[in-house]
Structures are given as structure tokens and as C-alpha cells.
Design a protein around this ligand. Structure first.
Ligand code: K7E
Ligand code: CUA
Length: 664
């Protein structure tokens, strides 16, 4: 980058001296060569070849792009409320954001994982992690909606998550912050980290058919920071690998105090062994509290249950579950190649990339080739686990993906580049600049057994001069490179929502034909459904008023409601009677301290409204649903508390009274 800038300046200087008018420096803007635009071009009306699921970081959402066009299709609300879709605002979706701390409207989503069968992406679900209030979410790829969220007890930040085993047996979560366990007295001095703080790894099972999540067990580990993880596959199926830093066990000024040791660790976990211990009853039942939230497409409602027990396996007492492998220096990414034999550790502060061999790890364990232990967990000798090192790969290695042709691609944060290297001989083959400071990268199927190595996408932290400026905060972005040849070729920049961390991509063909188009109205089991306009009604229960409302092009039923009084809580249960694909209706009412509802065909959603003023409140459909959408409106009359206005509702019959009576 500096070199490029230098070139620009020097060329500019030459141009100025020569007095040339049309001199164009070879800058980053024209680093994109002739056929690049053709490669990223998807003609209007044509479909993209891949779906790209991109984490939104501090937006708490996940966004869906097409590749190679970089077109944004959808933002899926996951951990953050989304007024656009009413997520977290409708009565039906509020329980999705319930936790043991109560309603939490935000989180920080870093990693996405597509479900797998036999090590290949199967297009059923995509999972996301909540990095702040530890949770895992499951999104159904027939609806592109969050269907389930499970909270993780004994955790203090869920970063190394939601990585997945090769048949989606488990999604895992390793705690970023070690903390006292939930059943211990947590009221301890912070500088007693070494004695009182513990790390946990959660193994969350996933139902084969329905995808339902459940915490199968947790593994109690020494207090360190777990950063990233990957499941073994192929030869290493049955194992999991977690990078960890802060083995110094510092609790303050980590930038200095957690960077002391030359090597931190990768933790190798034998989860098949853990399952054996679990079956043999070696787990300790621990009293905890965590929320488990499930959305039903039958009742069109979420339920939140607080669960109270988890089974914990102690890695110190139960031999052969956990092994530490030294890894230089503050490792971040921990990635497993398509065969499952090679485990790549990326030390943020290391000048090389170590590649570990699963086979050597097994032999080292058999031969007890240890360098002592760390808090009771054996530490395998570095050389005994090491396959080899990639020398001088670049600065600040973070994450690695694979092309299935024997090559690895590693992102380099500090030197702002993607580096391609060969797994067998560990030689660097190619480098491509990123603009700028790449974090994660993604190859479609890049963590599967058979990657689809047409493209690599870089997800950048900084865009600086790449886009039109937008005030103090500039756009985040992704960059698409063609990797079908020997050399990477940059072909497209596209901005992203929030801060992109990990992303995954898969062939569109495995998802696009499985979409739910409508919900059948006859199968709607919502307790407040109105199956047709004849069932529309308004029912008072004390100060609660339930409006069973229907929406169909282009009117609401009822659209005139009188007899609402100050002090009432009004629940608009709106059923969309349409049975055609992509005909949502929306609903909003003046003064509601709430977002709109956006209701899909056959669905019922509820908006709670507490009137704050006597008078007439207009309500309307928020989605332009027909030529007469602007007519899809109505009025609610609010009378003073204790007034005698009778409850009355209608559509089309509450016509103007004769002149002279109009002004009462
Ligand atoms: Cu952004 Cu995966 Cu949170 Cu690396 S992490 S960049
Ligand atoms: Cu319904 Cu606009």
C-alpha cells in the first residue's frame, strides 16, 4: 500500500514535470484489469451462482448477498431488533430475544456456519454466534428467518462459535472471556483470575430432522481466552480444535499482559471421548439459568423457556479429552484443511504460520510426548505435533480457507493481503493486496470436504479511499477475487452491512428451490388468527382489547374501531389472508412506541399499542401491496378513561351521518 502511494506521488511528480495532461498513474483504481468486470457481471434478471451469508458484527444481523455480483438480497435479523421486519417488536418475536438477563435487543454476530452432512454444505440451516450475551442462533434456509436461539451458561462472551461438526452433530461455543462458573460465588476480586476464572466449551446438539438445539454437555477448562475453533473432519472427525490466547491469565491491559508468552495454545478436544464420559455418568449436573427460544411456523409465535441444568465434564479430572498444543503467538484463526489432517494456527503476532498434523498429534499422545501440563491438561511438545511452518507468509495472519486442490489462503491483517500457499510443501504461491486490513476470508465451501474454489472473498475492516465518503464512519466492505487460475485476480468491491467477520458461501442450487412461498391459512394455529373477514372482531377483556384483524388487497377488517379508552392495552392481531408468494401487508398506527408489523401471506402477527391521547388515530398498511395500497387504511377512536363510548368495529358500514349531525 505504501509502495502504491509512493508510486502515485512519484508518477504525479513526473507528470507535473513533463506537463502531461492525460497521464494516469497506475493506482489501486485501475489495478482491476480488463476482463474483471465481465467475471463479476450478472445480467439483469439472471441469478447469481452463489449465496453468500455474511456476519454483520456489531449490527447483530446476517446479510445475504449474491456472488459474483455482490448484490444484497436480504438482511436477516438474528440477535438485534429490526423495525423493518418487526423482529423483536411484534409480540410473536419478542421471546426470541429473551435471555436469563431478560429482553436483550442487540448482540455482536461474528461467525456464520452452514449446516453440513458428510462434511458438505447441505443448505438446510445457517448458524450465528452472539459474542456479547453468549448465544447461538439457527436460521432456517427455507424461510431465511431466525427459528431458534439458545443461550449459553457458564460463558462470558461466545466468540469461538458456532463452528460445526461434519454431520452437524454439534455446534460448539468456546467462551472468549473466562469467568467464575454461574453456580460459584462470582463476587470475587478481579485479580483472582488464576484461582477463580474458568473457561467452558459448550457442545450444542442439533436435531437431525428438525434442527432443534440442546446443550448436550459443557467441558470445563482452565481460564484462558478461547478465540476460534474448527471441527475435525475425515481422519480427524471426532475432534475439535480451539485456538486460545491469554494463557498468561491476565485480567487487565491484555494488549501487553496477554502478549508475554512466546506461544499460546491450540486446544485439541476429543469429543467422542467426552461423549463416552457423558454416557458413563461422569458429568456433574450444575444448576444454571439459560433461555431457549423457539419460533414456530405453525403458531407463528416464539416461546421462550428458561432452563435450569447443564452437565459439565471437568477436563482436569477426566483424562484424554483435552490436550494443549503450543502455538505462536496469540493465535486467532484455527482452521482444518479438507482432508482433516492439517490444522493451521494463525498467530496474530507471529512471523510464521504453523501447520499441525493430526497424525502426529495422535502419535504424540500415544507416546506421551509432553512438555508438562498447563493446569492439569497435558501440553504436547510443539515439534511432536508440528507438520511444518510457512515461513514469511506476511504480517498478522488471521484466518485460513482451502481450495480443495492442496492450497490454503490466509488473510493477513497487518500487511493487508491474501496469501496463497501450498499445504504439502508450505511454499507461498501468490499474494494479492486487500483494501484494506482484511479480517476473515471465504471460499465457497472453504471449510467443507469439497470446496468450490471459484472465488475467494476478503472481508475488510477499513475502506478508507475506496468509496464515496460518508461522514465520520466509512463503509465496510468485501472484495471478490477470481481464483480459478494460478493467480488471484481482484474482480469486485462491494459494501457490507455492519462489520463483516466470517462469512460462508454455497451453491445457490442447494437452497433456491426449497423456499417457503406462503403459509397456508388453513394451517395457521395462532391463538388469535382470523381465518377470514367473517372472523374479524374486537374483544374486550378488562383493559385489554384484542383486535382480530385481517388484511387483504386492499383493506383492513375492521378498519373503523371505536370504544377504545385511555388506559387500554390494544393488541392488533393481524392475519394476512393472501395466499400468493411475496404479498406481505404491513401494519402501523400513529403514536405506537413500536415498529411496524410485516406480515407474510397466511401469517398472524401482533402489535401492542397503548394509546397516549384521546382522539382519532389513523392506521395503515406499510407495504405497497397494490395500486390501492394508499387506500389500505383505517381509524381508531380513543375516548377518555371511564367514558361510555360503546365498543364498535366495522369495515364499509360506518358511513357518514347526515349533515347537521356530523358535528356533535
Ligand atoms: Cu473478526 Cu472471527 Cu471475531 Cu477474526 S474475528 S477478523
Ligand atoms: Cu396492504 Cu399496502
Amino acid at each position: 500500500m505504501k509502495i502504491v502511494n509512493y508510486k502515485i506521488t512519484s508518477l504525479a511528480a513526473i507528470c507535473a514535470v513533463a506537463g502531461m495532461v492525460s497521464c494516469k498513474p497506475k493506482s489501486v483504481e485501475n489495478a482491476v484489469t480488463g476482463d474483471a468486470s465481465v467475471k463479476a457481471y450478472v445480467a439483469p434478471g439472471k441469478f447469481d451462482e452463489f449465496y453468500n451469508f455474511v456476519s454483520g458484527g456489531f449490527s447483530g444481523q446476517m446479510s445475504v448477498y449474491g456472488l459474483p455480483s455482490g448484490r444484497l438480497f436480504r438482511v436477516i435479523p438474528v440477535f438485534s431488533t429490526d423495525p423493518e421486519k418487526g423482529y423483536g417488536f411484534s409480540e410473536e418475536t419478542k421471546p426470541m430475544l429473551n435471555t436469563s438477563h431478560g429482553f436483550v435487543p442487540w448482540d455482536d454476530l461474528h461467525h456464520v456456519q452452514l449446516s453440513k452432512t458428510a462434511g458438505e454444505i447441505d443448505g438446510r440451516w445457517v448458524f450465528g454466534n452472539a459474542n456479547n450475551t453468549p448465544r447461538i442462533a439457527r436460521i432456517d434456509l427455507t424461510t431465511f428467518r431466525t427459528n431458534e436461539i439458545i443461550e449459553l451458561p457458564n460463558s462470558g462472551g461466545n466468540h469461538s462459535s458456532p463452528f460445526i461438526t461434519e454431520n452437524t452433530e454439534y455446534v460448539v461455543a468456546g467462551t472468549r472471556f473466562s469467568v467464575p462458573t454461574d453456580d460459584a460465588n462470582g463476587d470475587v476480586p478481579i485479580n483472582t483470575y488464576k484461582q477463580n476464572f474458568k473457561g467452558t466449551l459448550s457442545f450444542v446438539s442439533v436435531g437431525k430432522e428438525d434442527g432443534k438445539m440442546d446443550i448436550a454437555f459443557q467441558i470445563l477448562c482452565p481460564g484462558v481466552n478461547f478465540d476460534l475453533s474448527r471441527a475435525g473432519k475425515g481422519v480427524s472427525h471426532g475432534w475439535f480444535f480451539f485456538s486460545c490466547y491469554n494463557t498468561e491469565q491476565a485480567s487487565t491491559l491484555l494488549e501487553v499482559n496477554a502478549s508475554q508468552r512466546d506461544k499460546d495454545f491450540i486446544l485439541a478436544v476429543n469429543w467422542k471421548k467426552a461423549e463416552e464420559y457423558l454416557k458413563a455418568g461422569k458429568g456433574r449436573k450444575q444448576a444454571v439459568k439459560y433461555a431457549h427460544n423457539v419460533y414456530s411456523d405453525v403458531t407463528h409465535s416464539a416461546t421462550s423457556e428458561i432452563k435450569t441444568e447443564v452437565t459439565v465434564l471437568d477436563s482436569k479430572e477426566l483424562a484424554d479429552i483435552c490436550y494443549f498444543i503450543p502455538c505462536p503467538k496469540s493465535p486467532h484463526g484455527c482452521d482444518v484443511d479438507p482432508t482433516g489432517e492439517y490444522i493451521v494456527g494463525s498467530g496474530k503476532l507471529a512471523a510464521l504460520i504453523p501447520v499441525f498434523s493430526f497424525d502426529k498429534i495422535q502419535k504424540a499422545i500415544a507416546a506421551k510426548s509432553y512438555d508438562g501440563d498447563f493446569e492439569g491438561i497435558p501440553v504436547i511438545k510443539y515439534e511432536s505435533a508440528l507438520y511444518g511452518e510457512v515461513k514469511k507468509p506476511g504480517l498478522g495472519p488471521l484466518h485460513t480457507e482451502f481450495d480443495g486442490k492442496g492450497n490454503a489462503y490466509t488473510s493477513m491483517f497487518v500487511s493487508s493481503e491474501l496469501v496463497k500457499w501450498n499445504i504439502k510443501d508450505l511454499k507461498v504461491l501468490d499474494r494479492a493486496s486487500t483494501f484494506y486490513s482484511v479480517g476473515h476470508l471465504c471460499i465457497p465451501g472453504g471449510d467443507a470436504k469439497t470446496p468450490n474454489a471459484k472465488y475467494v472473498i476478503a472481508y475488510n475492516k477499513i475502506t478508507k479511499d475506496r468509496y464515496l465518503p460518508t461522514g465520520p464512519e466509512l463503509s465496510q466492505s468485501a472484495q471478490l477475487y477470481d481464483i480459478s487460475g494460478d493467480k488471484m485476480q481482484l474482480i469486485l468491491d462491494f459494501p457490507t452491512i455492519g462489520e463483516p467477520h466470517y462469512a460462508q458461501a454455497c451453491a445457490a442450487s442447494i437452497i433456491k428451490d426449497k423456499q417457503v412461498k406462503i403459509f397456508k391459512i388453513g394451517e395457521n394455529k395462532h391463538p388469535f388468527v382470523a381465518m377470514g373477514e367473517k372472523e374479524a372482531k374486537v374483544v374486550r377483556e378488562g383493559n385489554k382489547v384484542h383486535v382480530y384483524m385481517t388484511a387483504i388487497r386492499s383493506h383492513l377488517t375492521p378498519d373503523n374501531i371505536e370504544g377504545i379508552k385511555m388506559g387500554d392495552e390494544v393488541y392488533f392481531h393481524v392475519t394476512n389472508l393472501e395466499q400468493d408468494w411475496d404479498v406481505p401487508h404491513g401494519f402501523a398506527i400513529k403514536g405506537a412506541s413500536n415498529a411496524e408489523l410485516l406480515i407474510m401471506p397466511g401469517e398472524t402477527q401482533t402489535l401492542k399499542w397503548v394509546p397516549t391521547k384521546v382522539g382519532i388515530s389513523p392506521m395503515y398498511c406499510t407495504d405497497f401491496c397494490s395500486a390501492l395500497h394508499q387506500e389500505m387504511t383505517g381509524y381508531v377512536r380513543v375516548s377518555p378513561a371511564g367514558s361510555s363510548t360503546p365498543l364498535h368495529f366495522s369495515t364499509g358500514t360506518n358511513l357518514a351521518v347526515a349533515e347537521g349531525e356530523a358535528k356533535k
